[in-house]
Design a protein around this ligand. Structure first.
Ligand SMILES: *Cc1c(COP(=O)(O)O)cnc(C)c1O
Length: 400
């Protein structure tokens, strides 16, 4: 079977000459739907209050989807700015030609980092007075301005100045030369909790600081992540920082009714061998699985070194020919094994969907997260370098 969705074209620039050879050469891959990403940006923008801008969070290599591709696509789709976690992530985007505002959410603690921020035009986060002093000193030395956002800790107890010291810090920062305080922000600790008590407390704490500001409209105020953007418009302020929802995953199932999102990631792999085993045959490392009857098994070329968690061994389900199949035995580094006794006409080279859609069936990153007792964010970031990313986009129909 050549690649199934013939209306879709692969747009990843690479050494392969056509999308056919690209897929046929791969044993396993991540497929990123750039149209779905554009769709999600539009849906999220429709939720925003008037005057609220969209900052797309593309940290951790775009939540594992490819930071540069995601950044370029969301900006084209209407996102106004980007956020990354680290300086290096910001530099990678600049080197790839991205020229939107970029905020580094992580810390800037050394003069060398400040110099890099200046050079690459990356906005920095400040969390305390010592940091503000150090940044201002470095900027004075180079006679350069730098736009910084002050982070308030309103209840997360991670990065940030305790909110009750916020007003004082803002006043001091204002007096420091070359430091341009352009934003004030905070982050929620339980944004997807249907009970909004902790959001309200954090909101109140933020308000005690920002309502005190003399010229509030000179600052870009921001607070909301995906869940609050969808579910708590009071926190929209001047800008929202949206990560997970861009990638088409709901931060919590109760938010489904509020906005329509499409997952942009599919993970696929090929069947490399098929065989029949008799009753009582042991399967994979550690002999964790013994067949209760004779069965047809298929070997699939993807494993934990690609990002399929070994802890899903004997619990993972996949899609093949539009049907579910169970994975059996231990998941190994490069391969895993399926029971395909019930699947008709199966053959070597058939494509297995680990995450994504096949016919009516769908498996999401959230299904894996629930099974593992973790969150979708961790699943998305867990796919490894070895899995090539294949970006797809519909070919515009010229006759329309
Ligand atoms: C990661 C992150 C976000 C995005 O969170 P999502 O829940 O993925 O939307 C927003 N703000 C900060 C400070 C973050 O670290």
């Amino acid at each position: 079977m050549p690649y199934q969705e013939l209306t879709q074209k692969i747009v990843t620039p690479d050494i392969y000459s056509s999308y056919f050879s690209k897929i046929t050469c791969q044993r396993a891959w991540m497929q990123i739907d750039l149209d779905a990403l554009t769709y999600n940006v539009t849906q999220i923008k429709n939720l925003l209050s008037t005057g609220t801008a969209l900052m797309a969070v593309v940290k951790a290599d775009g939540y594992g989807h490819g930071g540069v591709t995601v950044a370029k696509t969301v900006l084209k789709a209407g996102a106004n700015a980007l956020a990354v976690a680290t300086l290096m992530e910001g530099i990678e985007l600049r080197e790839a030609g991205v020229n939107s505002p970029i905020l580094v959410l992580g810390v800037t603690n050394t003069p060398e980092e400040v110099v890099a921020n200046i050079h690459w035009n990356l906005e920095a986060t400040i969390c305390c007075l010592e940091q503000a002093f150090m940044i201002s000193r470095t900027l004075s030395q180079y006679k350069k301005q730098l736009s910084v956002h002050l982070k308030l800790d309103t209840g997360m107890s991670r990065l940030g100045t305790p909110w009750y010291q916020g007003t004082r810090l803002i006043k001091l920062v204002h007096k420091l030369p070359y430091l341009k305080l352009s934003g004030i922000y905070s982050h929620l600790s339980a944004s997807d909790d249907p009970d909004k008590e902790s959001i309200e407390l954090q909101h109140q704490r933020f308000e005690t600081v920002v309502s005190d500001l003399k010229n509030q409209n000179k600052f870009c105020l921001h607070f909301a992540n995906s869940a609050a953007t969808i579910n708590y418009p009071q926190l929209h302020y001047n800008l929202v920082r949206v990560g997970l929802a861009l990638y088409g995953i709901y931060p919590s199932p109760h938010l489904r009714s509020q906005v329509s999102l499409k997952p942009i990631l599919q993970v696929k792999a090929k069947i490399t061998q098929i065989k029949t085993i008799s009753q009582g045959t042991k399967v994979s490392y550690g002999n964790q699985f013994t067949s209760k009857h004779s069965m047809i098994i298929a070997i699939v070329s993807i494993g934990y070194a690609d990002g399929v968690p070994r802890n899903l061994s004997n619990r993972l389900q996949v899609l093949i020919h539009g049907q579910r199949a169970h994975q059996i035995g231990a998941i190994t580094m490069d391969q895993l094994i399926l029971d395909v006794s019930h699947v008709k006409d199966i053959k070597v080279g058939d494509i297995v969907t680990l995450i994504g859609k096949d016919g009516e069936q769908e498996i999401t990153a959230n299904d894996w997260a629930l099974e593992l007792g973790t969150i979708s964010w961790e699943i998305l970031c867990g796919f490894k370098r070895r899995l090539p990313r294949v970006n797809i986009q519909n070919i515009p129909n010229k006759n329309k």
